[in-house]
Design a protein around this ligand. Structure first.
Ligand code: DSN
Length: 586
């Protein structure tokens, strides 16, 4: 009989996707991930997300009487199920008795986690349905403002977010957006300037809370400014919700009219978002704006994952983790400063650090920019993102890097390790030689670094990775697709359409004229085209076989791959000249 339930594991049904998941998991474990908006979601949360709650449609909300129920009351099935059968709920579909309970559970846990000392969880209204932070923020715009109203937010280039009224986001198209900025000299929020701007612009809503401003705002001060002009205060704590839950960052709930956050950053839950308010009238507007205003059926598998994540957020271990995340960010920032690098905004009291690349290297007036710096660090094994900072002219050319400590802290790394990461970043990026290429769509900024520094960086990052904790639920994995690993053999294969032109440049003798089976003795060139080791090249059916002395095999493989990747200096006298590529070095 046909098995219409399509039973079978992922590896059985779709080995291709199963393999991609394995590779991605290995990558995550094999590198130091310092993306400030990412974290390693616990296996328990992922299990909830992969559950059969995925199968259910439940547009609408639980019965209004579930608001304010304690966890024990929500989970009192003997009471809840007869109540459901008799009274129904605010949904369009039947079969949702357990969806109601898991949603009410997530709401209650969120209310408890984010309850300030002067309130009780019953006074906190929670919507757990937004599919993402941008949708949550859009729902707040929809609920609290009208087209044409003025909304005041931090400039994207200074640390705001696309959904805080960027012209490329719908949040920037219907309302009138005015941006406050950080103070030019201090690079800090200046509440006097923000107050004066509010008096001039009379916004309907002010947003506080950022994606790349590393200091906690003074929410009380923002509320006073909002009150002085009759505006709503919206707090967006997407990045710092986990820290706020742990008391390591100010909790805006009860101060701001409405608070939004994603659940997958420092909170380490599923990809989704939550909106909280203490005002029942605002709560009704928010609920309507989320559904049916912007969304259809909620993703119940994620809501189940949120409930689990919020349970974890109440634990002492979670609080200790968030404290260490903050300490690690300070250590990283201090480590950069100790290396003479410029930390933007002067430091941090959150999980993130901004590093100004322009100050690390310049050549002929061309600065090191965030994009090449992030790509070079990725090769080293440090994953971060390019970011704009005050002074940048547009979002397409950020001059900084943003680092965050959640993930590395989860893996057990501490302050000394952060200083080591800062040292490695400095070691590699200080050797950068930047250059710019004029393309059809404007200027492209790039850079190349010293190969020995890159190799040394890789060695030191590998040592940190070896020390970092791994998820015990997984088999040991090794990410195979890194440029520096190999099997130690002294015959390398160079393949690909660019291989002949590539080898003509990196070998002392051209080889592109060889026919299959022919060989030529020669040398592999090192930096500045100095012959580094002998290399016998044989033309093969697939490409070229390079036979190098065994003691140079590692070096040759890494050097050729790094040249192919395009971020190491081949010839100091013409750094910006590209070498043909990419090639496969197997
Ligand atoms: N993409 C997130 C970040 O990295 O800050 C914000 O949406």
């Amino acid at each position: 009989m046909a098995d219409f339930l399509i039973r079978g594991s992922l590896a059985d049904v779709d080995p291709e996707v199963a393999e991609l998941i394995q590779l991605e998991h290995a990558r995550q474990l094999d590198k130091l991930i310092l993306i400030a908006s990412e974290s390693y979601v616990p296996a328990a949360v992922r299990e909830a997300e992969g559950s059969v709650f995925q199968n259910i449609y439940a547009e609408g909300y639980p019965h209004a009487e579930t608001i304010g129920l304690t966890e024990a009351e929500v989970l009192d099935y003997e009471r809840q199920l007869p109540f459901y059968r008799r009274n129904g709920d605010r949904r369009y579909y039947k079969g949702v008795e357990y969806c109601n309970l898991v949603e009410a559970l997530a709401q209650r846990r969120a209310a408890e986690v984010f309850c300030p000392p002067n309130l009780t969880p019953e006074q906190i209204f929670v919507n757990v349905q937004p599919l993402s932070g941008a949708v949550a923020n859009l729902a707040i715009y929809e609920a609290l403002t009208q087209p044409g109203d003025t909304v005041m937010t931090l400039d994207l280039l200074h640390g705001g977010h696309l959904s805080h009224g960027s012209p490329v986001s719908v949040t920037g198209r219907r309302q009138r957006i005015v941006h406050y900025q950080v103070n030019e000299e201090t690079e800090l929020l200046d509440y006097e300037e923000i107050y004066e701007l509010a008096q001039r612009e009379r916004p309907k809503m002010i947003i506080a809370g950022y994606t790349s401003y590393p200091w906690a705002p003074d929410f009380q001060r923002f509320r006073e400014i909002a009150d002085s002009v009759g505006a709503y205060l919206m707090a967006d704590i997407a990045h710092t919700a986990g820290m706020a839950a742990a008391g390591v960052y100010p909790n805006p709930v009860g101060i701001a009219h409405v608070t939004s956050f994603t659940t997958h950053k420092t909170l380490m839950g599923p990809r989704g978002a939550i909106i909280i308010t203490t005002d029942p009238e605002i709560a009704k507007k928010i609920d309507r704006a989320v559904f049916p205003g912007l969304q259809g059926g909620p993703h119940f598998n994620k809501i189940a994952g949120m409930a689990t994540m919020l349970k974890i957020a109440k634990t002492d271990a979670f609080k200790a983790l968030q404290q260490q995340i903050a300490r690690n960010a300070v250590a990283l920032s201090e480590g950069f400063k100790a290396n003479g690098l410029r930390v933007v905004h002067g430091g941090t009291n959150t999980h993130m650090v901004l590093l100004d690349c322009k100050c690390i290297a310049q050549r002929d007036g061309v600065p090191l920019m965030g994009n090449p710096a992030s790509r070079i660090l990725d090769l080293v094994g440090i994953v971060c993102n390019r970011n704009t900072i005050p002074g940048d002219k547009d979002a397409a050319h950020p001059s900084a890097l943003r680092f965050g400590t959640p993930w590395v802290t989860q893996r057990g790394l501490t302050e000394g390790d952060m200083r080591e990461i800062a040292d490695v970043v400095a070691l590699v990026l200080k050797t950068a030689v930047p250059f710019a290429i004029q393309g059809r769509r404007g200027m492209t900024y790039s850079a190349r670094v010293d190969f020995d520094a890159l190799r040394e960086g890789v060695r030191r990052v590998s040592a940190l990775v070896a020390k970092a904790g791994r998820d015990y639920t997984l088999p040991p994995l090794t990410y195979p697709h890194v440029w520096h690993r190999g099997n130690g053999k002294s015959v390398l294969e160079v393949r690909g359409e660019h291989a002949p032109a590539f080898l003509d440049i990196v070998l002392a003798q051209p080889v592109s004229d060889l026919r299959v089976g022919e060989r030529r003795e020669g040398h592999l060139l090192g930096r500045d085209r100095v012959p580094h080791c002998s290399a016998t090249v044989t033309r093969t059916v697939q490409g070229y076989a390079l036979d190098v002395p065994a003691e140079y095999a590692d070096w040759a493989r890494q050097w050729l791959r790094a040249l192919s990747d395009g971020f190491v200096i081949f010839d100091q006298s013409c750094v910006d000249e590209p070498i043909p590529g990419p090639v496969t070095v197997a």
